[in-house]
Design a protein around this ligand. Structure first.
Ligand code: GLY
Length: 580
């Protein structure tokens, strides 16, 4: 009988047993959305650099080899935990130009013109990535700029051979790229998408990178020739970014959002991201339910997941914004009292319709995340973005630098649907110098003072539920880190009042049970690309229960291994690369 129940407990893990084993390492791990960038990060670790050196080298490399989201012309966040236990958060996200106004995307009659916020120069916010990478290098790294930038410069100057995973984006976006001459000149070959085996060479970008390497981002970019070219191109294209905007740009450090879940400590992104707060709010609600006993994506689990997500997103959309402009009630939202109240409002037998008054946010779904752990135990979780794939579609002059469309993350008009037919709140209204609300959630998990996990993903507002499910799948369901991020996902964000499903996320009978309770579902293919690392074990089951026998045979940890990396099966070009 005991064996029967033990087997039942293992079912969620066994159901995912076909996944490959996480990549095992003794000396460090770099997981990114492009395999060459992962190799570059691992090489920096091999050569004695720490996780933050590798993070800088990877950040520059992805701008070359993952140009749809890796960037110099966007912004992002790093959540970090040093080997000595110190934690922190670096905010190098974009800021609205000084000439930005709350109504800049409305016509004379107050109607929203949503296209302006996501395409062209008017959609571009002041980039933070070059300043952020330099801040990380000088504050936490150990190696010089030239060493960390050399691989990216070489890849841009000499080019690199594209794989099928690399060319998929060019195939998918060929019609769009054809309409953008500056992008087409770089990323299409005679108007056609490059094929696997072709070489992508970016001489203009190589020159810009070399300028930054030689002079530093401050002199080359924010107060120098690259900035001047950006300001000039922005003005010519009807944008707002000036040399003064660039000169004013500053990186911020902020205290991360931290919360506890079933004995694990979660460290994640604070406002101006909604990511960490919303993940923690959902976890706090879920802590009142036994998800392990419910089973992975059972009707019971989906019911409480969807309701917890719904309530947390209603708060997220209405109550969070840039902390320099808005008082964020983070402690209240992630606290036990708020979670208790929400649980008391969840009807165990019916879906709760989202109140129509709730604001709703939607963001471009295209960003990239990378996770790094070095041999000493320093951890870096970095998510950075251009917002949409290839951002605004603009490149400044001959810089080769693709510019973001991050202004699209702001509220375009209070109380009116944005370009997605959605409504956002006052907390995220546009103001000069303000950072738009993000969903990026670079996240680190510890237990009993020891590093356990590094995780994050692209996916717009779905980033939050991707990270959430990675945590639930490892902590509650004992999946290996590879299974946890590959498992099919669900997403509920309040409005539209529908649960999004990846292929295979629900069995037909589970779906029928939930439809009987009032849930509406939308089948939506696949989303996100999580990059994750577990430390000490490939699955938390073995750590918690001394139950390594529960792991699929191919995921049994080699005796020498202590770091386990997983690149999401949804991303065709990425890799987890181990340092032996
Ligand atoms: N632009 C995507 C995000 O920041 O959430």
């Amino acid at each position: 009988m005991r064996l029967f129940f033990a087997l039942l407990l293992l079912l969620p893990t066994l159901a995912r047993a076909a996944d490959p084993a996480p990549v095992a390492s003794a000396g460090g791990m770099v997981v990114t959305a492009q395999h060459l960038a992962s190799e570059i990060g691992a090489d920096i670790l091999r050569r004695g650099g720490n996780a933050y050196d590798a993070a800088v080298a990877v950040g520059y490399a992805l701008a070359v080899v993952y140009p749809e989201a890796g960037n110099l012309g966007g912004g992002g966040f790093m959540t970090f935990r040093k080997a000595n236990g110190e934690t922190g958060f670096v905010d190098f996200r974009e800021k609205a130009p000084l000439a930005a106004t709350p109504t800049m995307y409305q016509d004379g009659r107050g109607h929203l013109r949503p296209g302006l916020a996501i395409h062209g120069w008017l959609s571009t916010a002041v980039p933070g990535s070059p300043a952020g990478l330099e801040f990380i290098r000088t504050h936490y790294g150990t190696l010089d700029r030239a060493t960390l930038m050399a691989p990216a410069i070489r890849l841009a100057r000499d080019g690199f051979v594209l794989t099928q995973g690399d060319t998929q984006i060019f195939d998918a976006m060929t019609p769009y790229l054809r309409r953008e001459p500056a992008l087409a000149a770089i990323f299409l070959h005679d108007g056609a998408a490059p094929r696997p085996g072709d070489r992508l060479v970016q001489p203009d970008l190589a020159r810009s990178l070399q300028q930054i390497a030689d002079q530093g981002p401050d002199r080359a970019f924010y107060h120098g020739p690259i900035g001047a070219e950006i300001a000039q191109a922005s003005k010519a294209g009807g944008g707002l970014i000036t040399e003064q905007d660039l000169a004013h740009y500053k990186v911020r450090t902020l205290a991360p959002v931290e919360c506890d879940y079933r004995g694990y400590h979660v460290i994640s992104a604070p406002p101006p991201s909604s990511g960490g707060t919303t993940v923690c709010e959902i976890l706090q609600i879920l802590s009142g339910y036994d998800l392990h006993a419910m089973g992975f994506h059972s009707a019971a689990e989906i019911h409480v997941l969807a309701e917890a997500m719904r309530h947390a997103f209603i708060d997220r959309n209405d109550r969070l914004g840039d902390p320099d402009f808005w008082k964020n009630p983070v402690a209240e939202l992630i606290g036990p009292e708020h979670a208790r109240k929400i649980r008391s409002e969840i009807d165990p037998l019916r879906a709760t319709p989202t109140p129509k008054a709730a604001d709703e946010a939607q963001e471009g779904a295209n960003t990239t995340h990378y996770s790094i752990v070095d041999a000493q135990g320093n951890a870096a979780a970095i998510t950075y973005t251009l917002n949409a794939w290839f951002g605004s579609g603009e490149i400044a002059g001959h810089t080769g630098i693709v510019l973001n469309d991050e202004m699209g993350d702001f509220t375009g008009k209070l109380g009116a649907p944005n370009m997605f037919g959605l409504v956002q709140g006052k907390a995220n209204e546009i103001a000069p110098g303000k950072t738009p609300l993000s969903s990026m959630a670079p996240t680190i998990v510890t237990k009993d003072g020891k590093l356990v996990m590094v995780v994050g993903s692209p996916g717009g507002s779905r980033i939050i539920t991707i990270v959430l499910e990675a945590l639930v799948n490892t902590i509650d369901h004992g999946m290996t880190i590879q299974e946890a991020i590959d498992a099919p996902r669900i997403h509920e964000q309040g409005l539209p009042d529908v649960v999004l499903l990846e292929r295979g996320a629900l069995s037909p009978d589970t779906r029928a049970i939930l439809e009987g309770r009032g849930y509406k579902f939308r089948d939506t293919g696949y989303w996100g690309c999580a990059e994750a690392i577990l430390v000490g074990t490939p699955a938390l089951t073995s750590q918690d229960y001394g139950n390594a026998g529960a792991l699929p045979l191919n995921a049994m940890p080699p005796p020498w291994a202590k770091i386990f990396g997983a690149h999401d099966v949804r991303g065709g070009a990425g890799a987890a690369v181990a340092v032996p």
